[in-house]
Design a protein around this ligand. Sequence first.
Ligand code: ZN
Length: 502
Amino acid sequence: MTLQGTYDSLLQKNKKAIIYQMIQAQLGWDFETYMPKKGGQQRSMQFATLAADIHKLMTDPKIGELINNIKTDPDYSSLSDIQKRNLYLVEKEYNRQTKLPADLVEEIAKHQVIAIETWKEAKAAKNYAMFKPELKKSLDLQKKRAHYLDPDKHPYDVLLDIYEPNMTSAMITRLFNELKEGLVPLIKKIQSAPNQPDTSFLSRSCPISIQETLATDLSNVVHYDLDCGRIDTTEHPFTTGYYQDVRITTHYYENEFDNALFSTMHEAGHAIYEQNLDEAFRYQPLGQAASLGLHESQSRFFENIIGRSPEFWEYYLPRFKELTGDIFADIDAQFFIHAINHVKPSKIRVTADEVTYSLHVIIRFEIERDLSEGKITVEELPTIWNQKYKDYLGVDIEDDSEGVMQDTHWAAGLFGYFPTYALGNIYNAMQLHVIRKELPNYDDLVRTGNLKPILEWLTKKVHQPANLYDPADLMQQITNEPINTKYFIEYCTNKYSKLYAF
Ligand code: ZN
């Protein structure tokens, strides 16, 4: 077979796995949204069968053979950079899938179900001791997994690489230390500022039907294409899909209209990324987001940088009032903007504001890193967790359900995932810095709701390159700088010193 023929058959095999994964994702969406109450048993058969087939497709020894044939072909260097990147991505995934012994994969899958169930019970009972043995096992299994994947690397780096390719624990430690240094004093200043917002109007009753209209309207404003997407409701909002079928979900609370409003902007940001990947890469390994951190940079760009900016609400508040009737008729722009940017250190990550959010993530990262290095033990976790919340956020944790057991990630074996949430903030502030230089009328564009040029910039620089580069390389290319926290700290300082008048 010619080199080109070998390459084509490798990509053809991979395409099949990608399509199966799309089917898997769609079934997952249906499971969370519209599946009948008693459909669970059949669905779990569908999931198990698909997962087994996908695993078989992805670990087919023929893939290893094809990769090897391409790499040892005397004409290898004639492949284009795009072809080489595709090959690199297929090989990386193939290695990841084939290096783990089958019994470990099975043990991890089985333990995940038990650990999540136990976590739910322990959380409800506010009893960490109940969760502790399962958490310890989750951690040990992930350490084992890291060892099989790459025995020579720092185990945490191996896990991190799954979500944020080629990011290291050392790099994150440096970035997060900088963030802490910048954010902790800023939060103190915000808290002691005399000009605190009145947020009471946020809990006014706002009918769900109005909130649905708002969600659709905002999706149109930010150019989330609803002809290639849709909005449904689930307990926890998420985005799923690819290119021309990217769906989001939200959750409407009658007395917290801001919840669905910002979660819609957030998920629309994720969806926009997927909808605008380069069409040429569809069904190729390249046709996916560069990393979870980059993904989060886009969701938070629309939720916070645009969605919570004073400029955007100059444009959107009149429209918001038109759609909500007389519910918020008495609320003026300044009042509204300050309330949606209320900074308040809290115990819970998912509802944290833009400034304190990163500290929640930093706490989890430091714990994960120290656990993976054996510097701390699972026994000590509640004490360490509570101390860090006191030190970084000035918050007292009274019970472990609101503390160390609040998130499902560790029960699910997701170690190395959390840092991507805060990396999103770091990345998008860096992107904003460049956008402001390249679109000098950026503020006016937001102020007039003309978001198209901003979307086009993001599409060209962030979405279209898809998975051509690892995140650090992509960010270097976009910004001409290594990843740094300067712009996020600057962004927060500028925005909040104005809002809180200090
Ligand atoms: Zn997100």
